[in-house]
Design a protein around this ligand. Structure first.
Ligand SMILES: Nc1ncnc2c1ncn2[C@@H]1O[C@H](COP(=O)(O)OP(=O)(O)O)[C@@H](O)[C@H]1O
Ligand SMILES: [Mg+2]
Length: 363
């Protein structure tokens, strides 16, 4: 008997939503179908603006949430129709939602997406708001994917780290014997995307083609790496709340050739991730990379050089497409919620205990 779930992930990159139809019946989760629906520039801009304080933001957020629910529903319909599945066959949708603020130090995090409307539009029950309960229990509310990474990628004979290169980058450490750890290590693609948007008018630097023609600026890189977040020990999580345009402008402090800045930002992502693995994931033998950054060969080459002799490869070699890992994780988290099984790992988020995560919106 198949147990079908749909996971939805729309991350800090604001690139769009990934939907995965997954069979979670037994053993390792099996993704069956994937769809990526890109956000149009207007929605992306509206969401970007909602990431910092502004006028009438309650109504703007509510309307953006409704719009997201329609995008999410379309992506759900898409993955179901690829496999000829109807709504009644899907047990639940696990919906991460779109983060507008992530402030665990103030006791809150906000992901929007109007789960009630999503349930109404799809006729499928929805599990949403996975982060709040972990924060209520004193945790970071992030990263929540560590338990899923363990289910997918842990190996009894090898200490592994999973590196998710989304807008923000996060690491899950899967040692052979010790406790699992996980944390956001810093910017993934978000600063590179921001700079590419400013200077190329594009959503991102496809293939790292622009960055590779520039040279990283050592003094600028050192200023960026001096950000205290990087050296702080886990548990820790971050977002656009820290790594945003103001952060970038403050470290830039003056003019530099734009292409060299892009090369520096790519180096920042590679250095902060490889430094974090060296510092906090001692003894790692293999790094498995997922998220959109896995599709940037220039970034992957820099990571390989910095991590050598540790092996590095994308999750594609471990049975799951790099772009599908996080969405599949939220399908898996929905199943945990409905089974009343805890899903956050206190060793990762720093919560007082493992809690059942998510709020259920019935069919
Ligand atoms: N071919 C590519 N070359 C360079 N960067 C890419 C490529 N494909 C995806 N990306 C990067 O990955 C990002 C999307 O990654 P994703 O894992 O969806 O992040 P998030 O979870 O934050 O939405 C894009 O914004 C872009 O920066
Ligand atoms: Mg994305």
């Amino acid at each position: 008997m198949r147990e079908l779930y749909v996971g939805l992930m729309s991350g800090t990159s604001l690139d769009g939503v990934d939907a995965v139809l997954a069979d979670l019946s037994e053993g390792r989760p099996r993704p069956l179908a994937h769809a990526h629906h890109a956000f149009d520039p207007r929605l992306r801009q509206a969401l970007l603006e909602l990431n910092s304080p502004g006028g009438n933001e309650i109504e703007r957020a509510a309307l953006a949430a409704n719009e997201l629910a329609h995008r999410y529903a379309a992506a759900v319909r898409d993955v179901c129709s690829i496999k000829g599945i109807n709504a009644a066959e899907v047990r639940a949708i696990g919906c991460h939602g779109q983060t507008l603020r992530h402030r665990p130090e103030l006791g809150y995090t906000v992901q929007i997406g109007n789960a009630a409307l999503l349930a109404e539009l799809t006729g499928i029950q929805v599990v949403a708001d996975f982060r709040s309960r972990d924060i209520a229990a004193g945790g970071q509310g992030a990263p929540l994917v560590a338990a899923f990474h363990a289910a997918m990628f842990a190996d009894a004979d090898e200490a592994r780290a999973v590196l998710n290169l989304g807008g923000i980058a996060n690491v899950t450490w899967l040692p052979r014997a010790d406790e699992i750890r996980g944390f956001d290590c810093g910017p993934g693609n978000c600063l590179m995307d921001l700079w590419a948007a400013t200077h190329l008018g594009k959503t991102h630097d496809q293939g790292g083609d622009w960055a590779i023609g520039g040279s990283a600026i050592p003094a600028l890189l050192e200023r960026m790496l001096a950000e205290p977040y990087f050296a702080a020990p886990p548990p820790k999580s971050t977002g656009r709340d820290l790594f945003n345009e103001s952060w970038l402008r403050a470290t830039l402090a003056g003019g530099a050739p734009p292409r060299d800045v892009q090369a520096t930002l790519l180096e920042l992502t590679a250095r902060s991730a490889s430094d974090a693995i060296g510092l906090f994931c001692r003894g790692t033998q293999r790094v498995i990379v997922c998220g959109g950054g896995a599709r940037n060969p220039v970034l992957m080459r820099r990571l390989a050089a910095l991590l050598a002799p540790v092996a590095i490869e994308t999750s594609d070699l471990h049975g799951i497409d790099a772009q599908q890992v996080e969405a599949t994780a939220f399908a898996w988290l929905a199943k945990r919620a409905l089974a009343s099984q805890p899903a956050g790992l206190p060793s990762v988020t720093g919560a007082r205990g493992a809690r059942v995560l998510g709020a259920v919106y019935p069919r």
